[in-house]
Ligand binder design. Structure first.
Ligand code: FAD
Ligand code: NAI
Length: 469
């Protein structure tokens, strides 16, 4: 009789966990995946990447019809919003994709164990009422919304909501305050702004989108203001009271100072996410979390406890679905005795607004800090205004910026603001993965007319010789 029920038990069926489970099964390991939600796919498929993109995509069409972009191209329509239908197509997308993961589990013979998982010891996990033993356990429990003291989220009431509540609003708010000018705040704030809400973004820092290149962050503020978002930067929210259908927020300058109040009929709390480790029974296996509540691993995704591995949002690094997926594949390969590696220096990030904001590698500030001297880097920039396709498509906003090491010309970072920056950035990631120089990109033939030509031109600008500007 086998010593354990499974070779691998994955806890959590988000993009990290479900991908790890499928890869482990593909490699011939007997695999199960425990998930406390009723559906597979985790945050990403159920309440994150997918439903937010469904609302962003649909609201983009509404906005293009309503704000005159379509009329500029000779299409004159007066749109009427059927919000119920917009929500229905969002739910359809989620249902289709989560069922797709269930199909992939069946196809790959991954056993789906429904229920909350708690470690009893390093090889025994209680899932619901069942005891499951496994030689290897992968923790892929993801993350949840970081609460803001003094601002209580109640998604049922639809007044003070988190990202999950903000995806489900039954009517367009008149006035929405977004707390946190990061990725969620700007994506979901954009959705409701496009559908007619007055949106005010309150951000603690002096710029939006922390983690992105400074030029991108400065341009983001201009672009979102132009789109009608009101930005209150360097401002903190210190409290919130709800009376009837109105929320009243108390605001203060981040550096301290006089308090003011702000009323809204909807408040979105989007100040970050924190790892899910509570109720997992980590104390039963002697596994500690770091100061940020994350589980630390080595390069192979092993935790400090033998036989226990961890991936995705619950470990350090950007909280992104594709990072979780890549870690899931590498972790399963390591368990199977192969060499699974993730290059954490080349993880692209994308904000799916219009235009999109994307980047991979180092920001200019990080590159200077790393090289120790501004003279040790070269920067090439090319505006989308001078890209023929963007111009023709009435999408003149944005630029591509390439940062290269001065001596070797090796590309250190690429940043883009463009309608399709999220798609364009894949080229930069491949180039960087192969250790490309800016000259390699500049001498690679790019199809015309495409937005991607702006990457080639930015690379030519690193060489000091762009053609179209
Ligand atoms: P998760 O997807 O969080 O999955 C973890 C799963 O584990 C959950 O289903 C949870 O129910 C389950 N679980 C937790 N504890 C237990 C337990 N003890 N027992 C059993 N099951 C348990 N990222 C992108 O890359 N692109 C995007 O466009 C994007 N958009 C987003 C939009 C929103 C609104 C949000 C909130 C997030 C978005 N993200 C996006 C982030 C992305 O969703 C996460 O980075 C990704 O889901 C992390 O994957 P994961 O597998 O680590 O965890
Ligand atoms: P975030 O970290 O992107 O942004 C949070 C923002 O809130 C920061 O700008 C921060 O300075 C600000 N903030 C913190 N405390 C504050 C306070 N008290 N008052 C005002 N502002 C405050 O976090 P967000 O937007 O909640 O997203 C969580 C995670 O989900 C991100 O790490 C992101 O990686 C992931 N995500 C990714 C998406 C994508 O890839 N397109 C889309 C949505 C989420």
């Amino acid at each position: 009789m086998a010593e354990y029920d499974y070779d691998v038990l994955v806890i959590g069926a988000g993009p990290g966990g479900y991908v790890a489970a499928i890869r482990a099964a593909q490699l011939g390991l007997k695999t199960a995946c425990a998930e406390s939600r009723a559906t597979l796919g985790g945050t990403c498929l159920n309440v994150g990447c997918i439903p937010s993109k469904a609302m962003l995509h649909a609201s983009e069409f509404f906005d293009a019809a309503a704000n005159g972009t379509m009329a500029d191209m000779g299409i004159e329509v007066q749109p009427t919003l059927n919000l119920d239908k917009m929500h229905a197509q969002r739910r359809d997308a989620v249902e289709g994709l989560t069922k797709g993961v269930a199909f992939l589990f069946k196809k790959n013979k991954v056993d789906w164990k429904q229920g909350h998982a708690t470690f009893q010891d390093a090889h025994t996990v209680k899932v619901g009422d069942e005891m499951v033993t496994a030689k290897n356990v992968i923790i892929a429990t993801g993350s949840s919304v970081t609460p803001l003291p003094g601002v209580e989220v109640d998604n049922d009431k639809k007044i003070v909501v988190d990202s999950t509540g903000a995806l489900e609003l039954p009517a367009v708010p008149k006035k929405m305050v977004v707390i946190g000018g990061g990725v969620i705040g700007l994506e979901l704030g954009s959705v409701w702004n496009r559908l007619g809400a007055e949106v005010i973004v309150v951000e603690y820092l002096d710029k939006l989108l922390p983690g992105m290149d400074d030029d991108v962050r400065k341009e983001a503020a201009k672009i979102f203001k132009k789109q009608g978002l009101e930005l209150r930067l360097s401002t903190k929210v210190t409290g919130c009271t709800v009376k009837g259908k109105t929320a009243t927020l108390t605001l203060e300058p981040a550096a301290g100072g006089e308090a003011t109040t702000l009323d809204a009929d909807c408040v979105l709390v989007s100040i970050g996410r924190r790892p899910n480790t509570e109720g997992l029974g980590l104390e039963n296996i002697g596994l500690e979390v770091n100061k940020r509540g994350q589980i630390e691993t080595d390069h192979d995704f092993r935790t400090a406890v033998d036989g226990v591995w961890a991936i995705g949002d619950v470990v350090p690094g950007p909280m992104l679905a594709h990072k979780a997926e890549d870690e899931g594949i590498a972790c399963a390969e390591n368990i199977a005795g192969q060499t699974g590696i993730v290059n954490h220096d080349v993880i692209p990030g994308v904000v799916y607004t219009l235009p999109e904001f994307a980047g991979v590698g180092l920001t200019e500030e990080e590159a200077i800090a790393k090289m120790g001297d501004k003279a040790k880097i070269k920067v090439g920039k090319f505006p989308m205004m001078a890209n023929s396709r963007a111009k023709t498509n009435h999408e003149p906003e944005g630029f591509v910026k390439i940062i290269a090491e001065a001596e070797s010309d090796r590309v250190l970072g690429v940043w883009a603001i463009a309608s399709v920056a999220g798609t364009m950035i894949a080229e930069a990631a491949v180039a960087m993965e192969f250790g490309a120089t800016s000259e390699d990109i500049a001498y690679t033939c790019h199809a015309h007319p495409t937005h991607a030509e702006a990457i080639k031109e930015a690379a030519m600008a690193v060489q000091g010789k762009p053609i179209h500007i």
